[in-house]
Design a protein around this ligand. Sequence first.
Ligand code: SF4
Length: 1011
Amino acid sequence: MSVSRRGFIKLLGAGTACLGLSKLGIDLTPTQAYAAGLKIEGAKESISICPFCACCCNVLVHAKDGKIINVEGDPDYPVSGGGLCAKGAALKSLHMSPERLTKPLYRAPGSAKWVEKDWDWMMERIARRIKDQRDRDFMPKNAEGAVANRLESVFHLGSSQVSNEEAAVLHQMIRAFGIVHFDHQARICHSPSVPALAECFGRGAMTNHFADLANSDAVLIMGSNCAEHHPMTFKWIIKAKEKGAYVMHVDPKFSRTSARSNLHVPIRSGTDIAMLGGMIKYILENKKFFAEFVVNYTNASFLVGEKYSFKDGMFSGFDAAKKKYDKSQWAFEKDSQGLVKRDKTLAHPRCVINVMRDHYSRYDLETVSSVTGVSKADLLKVYETFSATGKPDKAGAFVYALGWTQHSVGVQNIRMSGLIQQLLGNVGVAGGGIAALRGEPNVQGTTDHALLYGYLPGYHNMPTTNFPALDDYLKANTPKSADPMSVNWWQNRPKYIVSLLKSWYGENATKENDFGYSYVPKLDPGQDCSHLYIFDRMYKDKIKGGFCFGHNPCQSIPNSHKVRKAWDKLDWLVMGDVFHNETTDNWRRPGVDPKKCKTEIFLLPSAYRAEKAGTVSNSGRWQMWHYKAAEPLGKSRSMGEMFVEMMNRVRDLYKKEGGAFPDPITKADYPAAFDAEAVARRVNGYFTKDVEVGGKLYKKGQLVPGFPNLKADGSTTSMCWVYCGGYTEEAGNLAKRRDLTQTPMQAKIHLYPKFAWVWPMDRRILYNRASVDVNGKPYNPEKAVIAWENGKWVGDVPDGGQPPMAMKGGVYPFIMHTEGHSQLFGPGREDGPFPEHYEPAETPITTNPFSAQMSNPCMKVIKSDMDELAKNGDPRFPIVLTTYSLTEHWCSGSETRNGPALLEAEPQQYVEMSPQLAKEKGVSNGDVVIVESLRGKTEAVAMVTVRIKPFTIMGKTVHLVGMPFCFGWTKPKCGDTTNRVTVSVGDPNTSIPEYKACLVNLHKAKKVTEL
Ligand code: SF4
């Protein structure tokens, strides 16, 4: 028998204990010789996962004598095929870096130095700090006297760096403490993806997966430079191009993505809705939409209620004092049965598609071109090419990242792609959908586990004070549908909430005590506890202490002068990280006297990715296990261990001393020690008693086989329902699967159904029921995702197992939406049912040609003496600044700036500008310049390049400059963060800051270091 390397590894259990293979009748001799030749002599090989972008490239880590000696790409990972970008290639040097934090460090108030302490001393003191602060400030009731049970004076920030298992125990601990100022990197990178994609299709995740991009006939990349920032994604786009796909890159600057695309279209930052509004007009006027799909599967035929209107940039129902809409005015018209009225002929003037046509009738080529700076020829080329995919046998994909999310219209930017994909029928099909290129290593998983103030794990709204009892909460958050053809999956929410509470409070969660619902803190309705507000409240002395793990906000949050001052005001801080960064060492930043900083700081050294086990989820929702290759360096520990010890120490104090509302802490069912495998089982969930489900008996303590088996009666647990089904009694931990086998149907579309595990229920392409007609026949049989054959579905796991729509018992394809249809008209977002073009909060122009409303009327604007906004067309700041990442550095650069090779490749802060602007400013390539805004100044080296061109906007020349956002003052010793100049303004739905467009000016520095 011959066994491939891949097969051999699989048989070995992917680097774990060797089975007795000879006992299975397999002759190992030739295989061992082959595999031995591939390995490093004497080294243990383990599979780990790159801790940078959410491509989540699998890596092989070789360790000898307990030390990591080599890291290389894993050829078996379908996404990368063994490839790594510069950051992944630097993993060994980063893991073994002498700059690593290896010992717990303590900084006393007013001290100018770190002092080494042991873990026991640190943990004891941290637990005391937490308890004292909690006892002092716990709020049993809010200002109106409603039960709140929350703690506002303590925050937690981070982290997308943690595994799913670490996120699960972290979330449980934070809620037990009552902390509501709770946020992580998802807020500032992809928070708009969830409400935007969910409003369109029902779930907030990337619709397809990376390899699926190879199936596209046209790829429209907007708001992403994926060749540089998600390189392993881009290879699938190139595969599509090699097969004849047309690839378009719409982006303010020319980059490596542009270079490999068929067309680069420069656009003024912040005008994507205008450009895509023009595409909707083009599709509707030229009848390019996929009519059968639009009528059957979208809400195009739904009648919008008579209260809805749109006038001069404003939708009906606006309350100017509150800066909020009354969304009930956007409701659909219903009949006496409670069913939405429809006109499938699409003739009724209040049909969604006609309301939409009216809305975008203003987005003509002339106006769109003058606002965006895109030539009419380029607009038409993009519109024609992409809308040509509105046919059954064609597919087009949108690809986006932070270039779309980080705007005051971030959610509506993404909604725009959802509208177009619905019109063209590019949903659920191979090569279609919307690729939300997630940023940080596990930001998908940590969003699923809701390290975010407004959600509980699994996408449930955080309870609020107007829902004092569980029943009130469930009634308000569980939709009902009168339509028998609508699956309305969220009707199951009570099962997921009760299972979550049971997993948090075990035996102490009973029907009589609402399963411990009162232990969960309650926000006031509308209370915003996201990053911008946390720092504003910290600056205003309302927050006293907190936690920051795997996060660098003093570098990465806008208006960093204010953020850093706010950080100075804390009484105590607990931080966990791999390296020092601008946040850990804020107290000794340039120009600051450490003696004046009163903060007591506990800095805990964290294990790095290859030093711990657990799962992470890539952007395509693949949950994958990474193994521990070596012991953590020095005295570092995994964050999971830190969280569990902190919680248990605080619990011990409460048990001993009592204190403010101890029950959420003392009654928690919490692990005594962190074990990723055990937590993975908790995340999946158990039966709490013997239960019969569907004629099958499950015993107490058995793993729940999947979320359809979860119950609302307390007989099941699950720490995050979307992951239930990933760890079963029969198959074990499915995240460890490495099986690359496919059926011919799956191979045709690069579907790998047995590699790792994907939520929900191993479904690789979401909404795949929309890839077939009402009889279950694939629209494109050549690239079928699923098909109804002989009374059953074949192919991918169907998105709902019921028969196709036209068959007996058939259901609509969008099972997560109450009405079963995807939503062109979305009545649930804060700033309108249709995206509308508004200018960024700071804009170089003085009028908006689409309406009298200049900026998003609902955007969040932070107000303080350090938060100034330039007025429209402010002549002092005429230049638009956009920001971006680099291949060589990730996010704030706090890790990658410690890699000598990475730093050599990209050593310093720079500002890209056109030759025309450089000439105007008297700047030469390589000069040091000062970039300034109303918030502050920063230094950068001028990079004069034709990659950026001046725009002509409404007849006037507008310059744009671009700066990477990954540099800071700690290293290298030149330059500082771009965020010294950015704005504290946020999207109304998620409060993501507008990093991608603000107004600046620049001048040549008078000396090498002027600041
Ligand atoms: S940064 Fe992303 S593309 Fe690069 S090696 Fe890591 S996971 Fe792969």
